[in-house]
Design a protein around this ligand. Structure first.
Ligand code: ZN
Length: 358
């Protein structure tokens, strides 16, 4: 065979394994089969030969050309074809993506479990309330400064009146402020509903969403969750409250924690108090205090107190014969402490990077 042809074929077989993409394949085509490629150059030489040599060389030339063309086609097919998938029973399967509960649901479920073990029944109230249940019945009349503590989402009155007419809702409580509707600013109105329909003794918790018309920042959100407790009946005093809170937080944070009570004002309790829980971050350190608890060793959590006689009066119970305590806390707050989350807005951000950590 012609030495040049032999050299070309040798080169073709040397580089064919290196061709892994369309670009190198095209270079291959141009180099060997192109109009100014190596074969084309040889064909020009062919023309100048005499007839006998031309015949012999032409035969070899055509064989070589066919071979190179078939190599090209084969390479082209391999590149274009989808990679073959070989099935094997030993091949690990793909796990289907399964969702999970949000950190709020997880904490809520845990809280309900702990309180259930302590003898509390879980009650769910409605998120739309009227003025009477959200404020008046809880000793917060219209002119009371405590209403300023909560900025409220009021519902469109006209629409509500139309709904009332449609449903022909009877207005039993004509002397009460039941006409104006709002998104509840706290879970306490559900206490009033429950007290109206049930007789003590009982111990209940009311978890749920509450709404405040306010600007959001790292510690404020317009929608968040409260968990509220109410215990009425013999033994429902502040000593029991302290014990219940101590037990709850010790189980919730899985550490033995103490509770600190401080006097505070809430219209629907008397005496009212705020409660702090021992800081879970510097609990067992020799010198208590860290940046999170602002060197105090305790973290502020929520409010509590003995149910105000006014509330008993609102629901037609004799305050001289009934007594009990109530407490409330922000669910997001206790979750934020547990995981050191520094921005409450993350809970509703719908950010997978946040949600998938729980
Ligand atoms: Zn601390």
């Amino acid at each position: 065979m012609n030495e040049t042809l032999e050299g070309i074929l040798k080169e073709v077989h040397q580089i064919r394994d290196q061709i892994k993409d369309v670009e190198t394949l095209e270079n291959f085509r141009v180099k060997f089969l192109g109009r100014k490629g190596l074969l084309a150059n040889l064909a020009d030489e062919l023309k100048s030969l005499d007839d006998e040599k031309k015949k012999k060389f032409g035969y070899q030339f055509n064989l070589a050309k066919k071979e190179i063309e078939s190599v090209y086609e084969e390479l082209k097919q391999n590149l274009v074809q989808e990679p073959k998938v070989r099935f094997s029973f030993r091949h690990p399967g793909q796990k289907p993506l399964v969702g999970h509960l949000s950190p709020i649901s997880l904490a809520l479920n845990q809280a309900i479990k702990i309180f259930t073990n302590l003898g509390f029944k879980t009650i769910l109230g409605s998120e739309i309330e009227n003025e009477y249940y959200n404020f008046d019945a809880l000793n917060i009349p219209a002119d009371h400064p405590a209403r300023d503590l909560w900025d409220t989402f009021w519902l469109d009155q006209k629409k509500e009146e139309e709904v009332d007419k449609k449903n022909q809702r009877s207005k039993k409580n004509k002397n009460k402020n039941t006409d104006r509707y709002l998104l509840r600013t706290h879970t306490s109105p559900s206490q009033v509903h429950y007290l109206e329909k049930n007789f003590p003794p009982f111990r209940i918790i009311i978890p749920g969403k509450v709404f405040r018309y306010e600007a959001t920042d790292k510690t404020h959100e317009f929608e968040f969750h409260q968990l509220e407790g109410l215990a009425i009946g013999a033994g429902a005093n502040l000593a029991e409250l302290k014990g219940v809170l101590e037990k709850f937080f010790s189980e919730f944070y899985k550490k033995n924690l103490k509770i600190r009570l401080r006097p505070a004002y809430f219209p629907f309790v008397e005496p009212g108090l705020e409660f702090d829980v021992e800081c879970i971050f510097c609990l067992n350190q020799k010198k208590k205090g860290c940046a999170i608890c602002k060197q105090s060793g305790f973290i502020e959590i929520g409010g509590a107190g003995m149910v105000h006689p006014f509330v008993f009066k609102s629901v037609g119970l004799d305050s001289s014969k009934n007594y009990g305590y109530a407490f409330g806390l922000g669910l997001e707050r206790i979750i934020m402490i547990r995981y050191k989350i520094n921005d409450i807005r993350l809970f509703h951000s719908n950010d997978k990077r946040f949600i998938e950590q729980f």
